[in-house]
Design a binder for this molecule. Structure first.
Ligand code: GLC
Length: 541
């Protein structure tokens, strides 16, 4: 029996690991991570068992939004190194069979990008139409009611030329005009620049925002808005997001990728599933390989909600679409803070056994938590613009905790963001050889996933759980199968024990428990799950 059916590509079988470069490893003693730092940690990533690294932006940038404000798409910020460092990183990664995915930020540039400097210089500058300029409303105010994600109007008045420009994020991040063919050509050339350098793919920033209504109609109010929600949610993004024309743009990007070998793109898209699925495109006109599925990040952590969500996702996925799952990223609270340490282990098992490409966030493999940031050390512009509302993203961007030394092995100097209070206990060195650590769990999960194709490319079948009350209410169970090789995954979302009946499922051997203590034991009839325990069971044929 062959375990490994042919026909799946690296980004379908593999696991993506997001690195926030400022916070992974500092090599030159400036308190900010860099490319040489990442290079020096590649063996750690190989040992962990991931397949691809995605680097958040490393391009020249004034850092108004920490690199998501790009001033030159085809170079490396000196903070992170040089193009030669980048080439060396790609070569070292490829030698280790690791793929490299770059962040591509097509919706907006920095206001310091030469294109924007030209564009704002005069109304008849050839680059004027590369950005979105509009006349003031009759009262002199902004052209319409669109709001910025980071607070306030999405329009900034520019006195030099008497018009407003659009910025869905900071005013230092003017939106490009993707209706302009020159912009399209220039940005597709940026993709080619990196693909020619050997990059394996892109994570595309705010893919669903790239094109706006041609008539710039006002957005309707959002009746469901409540204080505490993100400020731009006061209105519904009817005309400023997810416009039909965006799909032509994504398809264009895809054609560039398809002119190379096995390159891919994953799109950042925060939309309900029925809208999200359009970003796969059609078989005739494919779009993103993986439109990010953020459900596990956004939904309440309970077995029912998640079971229903998985079912909805699997049902809506187009036949040519490959699924994917995410537990955290640089914009979202850390999973261990959100669901607690014990459930974070269950979450790890879920992420790495669901059908679809998993994306991990650096540090989650050691259970890093949100780090409280004292007011005088806040860096995130979102927090600075809308202080105290809990939108700040610094807590999930703190330095990787490598060891118990001063500055956690991340740097020789005070890092740009504070370290977690508990880094001396919670770090890679402490967990590396601790048999029950979070890191050991992640490594075991990744090893198992790699050796058992059922867990990566196998089919997914939900199981209606039978058993005691806790089992029925709080256990999520499913079977993954390939070529007759079947695994049952059963995850207890409750902090008390549950008993499942396996009579309709079969018997088997525990391949892995989140508690890392009962691998190899056989189960038959009933399966006892302890509080916060998940297990993967190799089912007997
Ligand atoms: C994306 C990025 C986020 C950034 C924003 C603007 O959502 O993930 O970090 O602030 O785009 O580029």
């Amino acid at each position: 029996m062959t375990k490994q059916p042919a026909g799946h590509l690296w980004w379908q079988r593999g696991v993506i690991y997001q690195i926030y470069p400022r916070s992974f490893q500092d090599s030159n003693g400036d308190g900010v991570g860099d490319l040489r730092g990442i290079r020096s940690r590649l063996d750690y990533l190989v040992d962990l068992g991931i397949d691809a690294i995605w680097l958040s932006p490393i391009f020249p940038s004034p850092m108004a939004d920490f690199g998501y404000d790009v001033a030159d798409y085809c170079d490396i910020h000196p903070l992170f190194g040089t193009l030669a460092d980048f080439d060396a990183l790609v070569a070292d990664a490829h030698r280790r069979n690791l793929k490299v995915i770059l962040d591509f930020v097509p919706n907006h540039t920095s206001d310091q990008h030469p294109w924007f400097i030209e564009s704002r210089s005069s109304r008849d500058n050839p680059k004027r139409d590369w950005y979105i300029w509009r006349d003031p409303a009759p009262d002199g105010g902004p052209p319409n009611n669109w709001l910025s994600y980071f607070g306030g109007s999405a329009w900034e008045y520019d006195a030099t030329t008497g018009q407003y420009y659009l910025h869905l994020f900071l005013k230092e991040q003017p939106d490009l005009n993707w209706r302009n063919p020159q912009v399209q050509a220039a940005m597709l050339d940026v993709m080619r620049f990196w693909l020619d350098r050997g990059v394996d793919g892109f994570r595309v920033d705010v893919m669903w925002l790239m094109i706006k209504d041609a008539q710039f109609r006002d957005n309707p109010p959002n009746p469901a808005w409540k204080p505490g929600m993100m400020p731009h949610m006061r209105i519904l993004e009817a005309w400023s997001a997810d416009q039909p024309e965006v799909h032509q743009i994504v398809a264009m990007m895809r054609r560039v990728l398809d002119s190379y070998d096995e390159r891919m793109m994953v799109g950042e898209i925060y939309l309900p599933y029925d809208r999200l699925m359009h970003y796969y495109g059609t078989p005739e006109s494919p779009e993103a390989h993986l439109p990010f599925n953020f459900a596990l990040v956004l939904l309440p952590w309970d077995a029912h909600t998640i079971a229903q969500t998985i079912a909805a996702y699997e049902a809506l996925l187009p036949p040519h679409g490959w699924p994917n799952w995410v537990l955290g990223n640089h914009d979202q609270p850390r999973i261990a803070s959100r669901v607690g340490e014990a459930q974070a282990r269950v979450a790890a098992m879920l992420l790495l056994t669901l059908r679809g490409t998993p994306t991990m966030y650096y540090g989650d493999e050691i259970g890093m938590r949100n780090v409280p940031i004292p007011p005088d050390r806040v860096q995130d512009p979102f927090e600075k613009n809308v202080p105290g509302e809990g939108h700040g993203r610094d807590p999930q961007r703190t330095p990787m905790q490598w060891d118990a030394s001063e500055y956690a092995g991340f740097s020789k100097v005070q890092p740009w963001l504070p370290l977690a209070d508990d880094y001396r206990q919670r770090n890679v060195a402490a967990q590396r050889n601790a048999p029950h650590s979070m890191l050991s769990l992640y490594r075991r999960l990744l090893t198992l996933r790699r050796s058992e194709p059922a867990l990566s490319i196998g089919s997914y079948q939900a199981i209606a759980v039978e058993g005691d009350d806790t089992a029925r209410q709080s256990v999520l169970a499913f079977v993954r199968e390939v070529n007759g090789c079947r695994f049952l995954v059963a995850l207890n979302f409750a902090s008390h024990p549950a008993r499942l009946s396996l009579t309709t499922i079969g018997e088997g051997t525990i391949a892995l428990s989140t508690h890392l203590d009962r691998g190899g034991s056989t189960v038959q009839g009933d399966l006892e799950l302890r509080a916060d325990e998940g297990v993967i069971i190799a089912l007997a044929p």
